[in-house]
Write a protein that binds this ligand. Structure first.
Ligand code: ADP
Ligand code: MG
Length: 680
């Protein structure tokens, strides 16, 4: 009897094994079929030949033609890595794109992410010695220059989504122009959506432009007859109109940011719950830059029969991610852009009309599987008269502190004459130089200092790295490290839930430090999390997102490693002798040493503030621990100024005027520090 049972067992195991192999074969076949069906596949031989013959090529193709996932694989298959001697690199402006594409390509190649195919984004490195195809954000490649000015680890670099013209991509293009002269064996591919290709070609001495013919279908455009007062409401209505009256096909909605997307997702879910089984199921999939990667992959899952997928996206889905099955696009016509005004020093995230080129890209997403429809939540007149033709390259509108610091550390000190595709304004460059000078990155002779070099090692804003450096001298590096790590992840710290709003608010308030503002509040949260043994339960009990704190933990570990490399004192040698009050004072002073540019003084009798240097009226952001604090503090430091309904200061910390004379006497005049004083 026993032997009979054994035999049955064996049979079953063999069956399971066979089933697994069959499934694997099926998977490989599907992948092969998908790969062969992509437009780039038909052009493979021609394209590879051209790459062989040309050092630099501009490759243009519709979204979804297979540029990002296929070209690095073709290069790999054709031996460009010379059996692991070199890597093939591919940059992406967005973190989400880098991780999701690497995941997909690893799957196609048949390995795990981190083996042959890997990715590197800030604070998350999934590569190993085995990695030969490496996806990364453009910002991470820029940092690689610090250690390897010739990019000698790579035989090919593909700068993808170059039309996005991010700050890092623009700087990379300038640096790569030098490399192609010194390394004749190095290949450079610039990939772009259809716009701007000629400009890239001209920048690289008329490099050939190769067009991958795409397959796109007609997209019908619909405009609203009148301007929409609230595009989120209009988008919600449009989703249900499509869902109830139009044929099958998924919907892609373009909004401007995380909060908007989350609100709309909530609203859609509520409404469709109310309608219950009167309608077909709606699968709501948000996608934005900060969405945890476990959730990102959901947008790519095939839509089940009898359901309709609604993807709520930022402009991330314009070109960098291809979502199959979209037939309807709803376009808010807006985009959130980072802007920096060097004359006021104000940085703002502004929601504003997107460009015509973007609107057309968005519409194009509806025509990949068949004829589609695009519902524009703006008028035809607005399209023609209010939208600029092309987006403004980031280098012309953002703060350049990090880039100037990086160029200096690469030995490029003549930042005025660097080979920019579009040169930034000299006001903006001057502003960054003056900030970096005031932080001690250069001396009076314009020479790069040790402090400057140390600052450039940290992948965070130079002002934050300065705080860290100071904290190293003041025996509070560990605390400042925690605060800075928390500051990287402040957006999704607490749960969001309408029903539990009061409990969440009560929990937040427990952590608030009145003396130390948001910074010390973050430190309190972090310390309690550490004391709990990094406990998930503790997070749950306090309405704090465990995943977010886990990311903070990871960020902290990596920044700590850089601190150790720079011999910053991490553990306080006489910690038992130093009182907690003294440590807190030192922490606050360390923050002042990096952020003295961002000081505001309370207006007399009001709840608003004036920025000290520029005399601009500003307000404490409602999310701040110091919002509506009674009595309001007289002086404070803020990490960022965001312009939404008002000029809001985010992440604020009260300071004493004396600390400014201590740390910023070189920056503020006595009169500026004294209320009502006139400028010298
Ligand atoms: P391009 O870079 O030209 O826009 P991609 O190489 O990104 O095109 O995409 C080609 C195809 O690969 C897409 O149509 C899609 O079918 C598939 N694909 C890309 N990324 C993913 C992913 N993360 N998950 C599943 N499929 C994907
Ligand atoms: Mg792509």
């Amino acid at each position: 009897l026993d032997s009979n049972k054994d035999e049955k067992q064996l049979n079953r195991e063999q069956e399971v094994l066979e089933e697994k192999v069959k499934e694997e074969e099926k998977r490989i076949k599907t992948i092969e079929q998908t790969r062969k069906s992509l437009p780039v596949y038909k052009k493979r031989t021609e394209l590879m030949q051209l790459i062989k013959e040309n050092q630099v090529m501009i490759i243009v193709g519709e979204t979804g033609s297979g540029k990002t996932t296929q070209i690095p694989q073709y290069l790999y298959e054709d031996g460009y890595t010379q059996n692991g001697r070199y890597k093939i690199g591919c940059t992406q402006p967005r973190r989400v794109a880098a991780t999701s594409v690497a995941t997909r390509v690893a799957d196609e190649v048949g390995t795990k992410v981190g083996d042959t195919v890997g990715y590197t984004i800030r604070f998350d490195d999934k590569t190993s010695e085995k990695t030969e195809i490496k996806y990364m954000t453009d910002g991470m490649l820029l940092r690689e220059f610090l250690n390897d000015f010739e990019l000698s680890a790579y035989s090919v670099m593909m700068i993808d989504e170059a039309h996005e013209r991010t700050l890092s991509t623009d700087v990379l293009l300038g640096l790569l122009k030098v490399i192609i002269k010194t390394r004749p064996d190095f290949k450079l591919l610039i990939c772009s959506a259809t716009m701007n290709a000629v400009k890239f070609s001209e920048f690289f001495e008329d490099a050939p432009i190769y067009n991958i013919p795409g397959r796109t279908y007609e997209v019908e455009l619909y405009y609203t007859p009148q301007p929409e007062a609230n595009y989120v409401h209009a988008a919600i209505t449009s989703v249900f109109q499509i869902h109830l009256s139009q044929g099958p096909g998924d919907i892609l909605v373009f909004l401007t940011g995380q909060e908007e997307i989350e609100n709309m997702a909530e609203n859609l879910a509520e409404t469709s719950n109310k309608l219950g089984n009167k309608i077909k199921e709606l699968l709501i999939c948000p996608i934005y830059a900060n969405l945890p990667s476990e959730l990102q992959q959901r947008i790519f899952e095939p839509t089940p029969k009898n359901a309709r997928k609604v993807v709520l996206a930022t402009n991330i889905a314009e070109t960098s991610l291809t979502i199959d099955g979209i037939v309807y696009v709803i376009d808010s016509g807006f985009v959130k852009e980072n802007k920096f005004n060097p004359s006021t020093g104000m940085e703002s995230l502004e929601i504003q009309p997107c460009s015509k080129a973007s609107a057309n890209q968005r519409a194009g997403r509806a025509g990949r599987v068949g004829p589609g429809k695009c519902f524009r939540l703006f008028t035809k007149t607005a399209f023609e008269t209010e939208m600029p033709d092309n987006p403004t390259p980031e280098i012309l509108r953002v703060n350049l502190n990090g880039v100037v610091l990086l160029l200096f550390s690469l030995g490029i000190t003549d930042i005025w004459n660097f080979d920019y595709m579009d040169a930034p304004s000299s006001d903006n460059l001057a502003k960054s130089l003056s900030l970096l000078y005031s932080l001690g990155a250069f001396n009076e002779n314009g020479e790069f200092t040790k402090i400057g070099r140390q600052m450039s090692e940290f992948p965070v804003d130079p002002m934050l790295s300065k705080c860290l450096l100071t904290s190293g001298e003041m025996n509070c590096c560990s605390e400042v490290l925690s605060i800075i790590s928390m500051l990287q992840e402040t957006n999704s710290l607490f749960y969001r839930s309408k029903e539990k709003q009061q409990q969440i608010q009560a929990s937040r308030e427990k952590f608030i430090s009145k003396t130390g503002g948001d910074h010390l509040t973050y430190l309190n949260i972090w310390n309690e999390f550490v004391d709990s043994g990094y406990s998930r339960q503790w997070c749950h009990d306090n309405f704090v997102q465990f995943k977010t704190l886990n990311r903070v933990k990871n960020i902290r570990t990596q920044l700590e490693r850089i601190c150790a490399k720079q011999s910053l004192l991490l553990e306080n040698p006489q910690s038992s002798n130093i009182s907690r009050d003294k440590t807190i004072l030192h922490v606050m002073k360390s923050i002042v040493s990096g952020y003295f540019w961002n000081v505001a003084r309370l207006n007399r009798g009001g709840d608003s503030y004036k920025s000290l240097k520029k005399n601009q009226q500003v307000w404490i952001h409602p999310s701040s621990a110091m919002f509506k604090l009674k009595p309001p503090v007289k002086f404070l430091i803020y990490n960022e100024l965001v312009l939404t309904s008002k000029e809001f200061m985010r992440n604020c910390m009260p300071i004493s005027e004396r600390w400014l004379s201590e740390y910023a006497s070189h920056y503020y005049t006595d009169d500026e520090l004294n209320e009502g004083g006139k400028k010298k």
